[in-house]
Design a protein. Structure first.
Lengths: 132, 258
């Protein structure tokens, strides 16, 4: 059993997640990720509305003291169409563990990230007037 | 060879080991090279986007929604999706409904179906090993470049750049439903509340279409979702709660690298 960890969402955490997403964009995005670390114009900047198949996504970037401090999601694809409910059956035997994240070498990654590209595009548009 | 393109608003990646067409293609094969085959998979996703997007006015989905196209006059692909939607509607007691909210929108099924359809294209052309991923949902066949089962990372919903586990599996489909970046995007239709106690629900099934639709359903059910999947033969689940606790089926454990 792994050690239990506390997860907290902070503005810095969100900003670094955004930076990681930018870095992860690779071939998909034109803006070099390293630029996020440079001084930016302070203010709140709204990104472009980006197509994400299930709907549209739009973000707002907040720059304070030259750094990206928060990314707000203004519009998110509404997934109501995907929602469905199935009656649950008997309680089977299950295993529990505390989640512990690390780095591995893998061929592919499974995760709910279908909007990440729209997120990156919208964020890039938001950061343009801030000096990127 | 591994290539990524952005289609349907998401990154789509296809990997086919180069050995697959090392000695050329069999007579009658549609794709002469691995590169051709990967291009064929991307074309297949582009077709799906044009035909099924509810956000493209000229798509069949939009034309059916506006009443301009009768379902019986729709393409074979649309009629297949409609039949699968009807099947899922019955299996979910009417909770999955492509006409929910007064609009026609089958996109809940289309991603998983599109991956399975692309995999069929490669199966039919004699490919033994490949991996197709669209927005985090994956269909696997055969073995990777090293000849081993595919190594699949389970993304942490708390730290998107990190992985919770490395899995080894093949000839299966895997799909994750979850809420990265922002709050819940799937709703429990019974309570009308966001299914927000769960951070992510990963389902492994006989193919990605089945894994995807049951991952979505199980996620919407909240913590009961893992029980629901556990009770289904041939399906396994790994559920991560917002508290950082993971609950999974014994069958899932055999895919986890220890």
């Amino acid at each position: 059993m792994k050690h239990h960890r506390q997860f907290r969402r902070t503005a810095a955490g969100i900003a670094s997640a955004a930076a990681l997403l930018l870095a992860g964009a690779g071939a998909a995005s034109a803006a070099p990720a390293t630029k996020v670390a440079y001084a930016l114009k302070d203010g709140t900047f709204t990104g472009k509305r980006e197509y994400a198949f299930y709907g549209y996504l739009k973000v707002e970037a907040v720059i304070k003291n030259g750094s990206l401090t928060d990314v707000k999601i203004l519009e998110y694809p509404n997934d109501n169409g995907r929602s469905h409910y199935i009656n649950s059956i008997a309680l089977p035997y299950l295993i529990q563990e505390a989640v512990d994240a690390q780095s591995y070498k893998v061929d592919f990654i499974s995760g709910a990230t279908f909007t990440s590209d729209a997120f990156i595009k919208s964020l890039q548009a938001a950061l343009k007037p801030a000096g990127i | 060879m591994k290539r990524t393109e952005l289609i349907m608003g998401m990154p789509i990646t296809v990997a086919i080991p180069d050995r697959e067409r090392m000695d050329g293609a069999a007579e009658g094969a549609r794709y002469l090279t691995v590169d051709d085959a990967i291009g064929g998979v991307f074309d297949s996703f582009r077709d799906v986007d044009e035909r099924f997007s509810p956000y493209k006015p000229a798509s069949e989905t939009s034309r059916i929604d506006r009443g301009e196209l009768a379902q019986t006059d729709a393409s074979a692909e649309m009629r297949e999706v409609l039949a699968l939607s009807e099947q899922t509607r019955r299996e979910t007691d009417g909770y999955f409904n492509v006409r929910a909210g007064g609009h026609f929108d089958p996109s809940g099924l289309v991603k998983g179906w599109a991956i399975a359809r692309a995999a069929r294209l490669l199966d039919d052309d004699g490919f033994i090993s490949f991996c197709i991923e669209a927005g985090g949902d994956i269909e696997m066949r055969g073995a990777n470049d090293e000849g081993s089962p595919w190594a699949i990372g389970l993304r942490s919903p708390f730290e998107p750049s990190k992985l919770v586990h490395r899995l080894h599996l093949t000839n299966r489909g895997i799909a994750t439903s979850g809420t990265y970046i922002r709050g819940a995007h799937i709703w429990n239709p019974r309570t009308g509340a966001a299914a927000d106690e769960i951070a992510s629900m990963t389902v492994i099934g006989p193919n990605v279409y089945e894994a995807d639709r049951f991952a979505t359903a199980a996620f919407a059910m909240g913590r009961e979702g893992v029980n629901f999947v556990a009770a289904m033969p041939d399906f396994d689940a790994y559920m991560i709660e917002k508290t950082g606790t993971a609950t999974f089926t014994p069958g899932f454990a055999r895919y986890i690298e220890s």
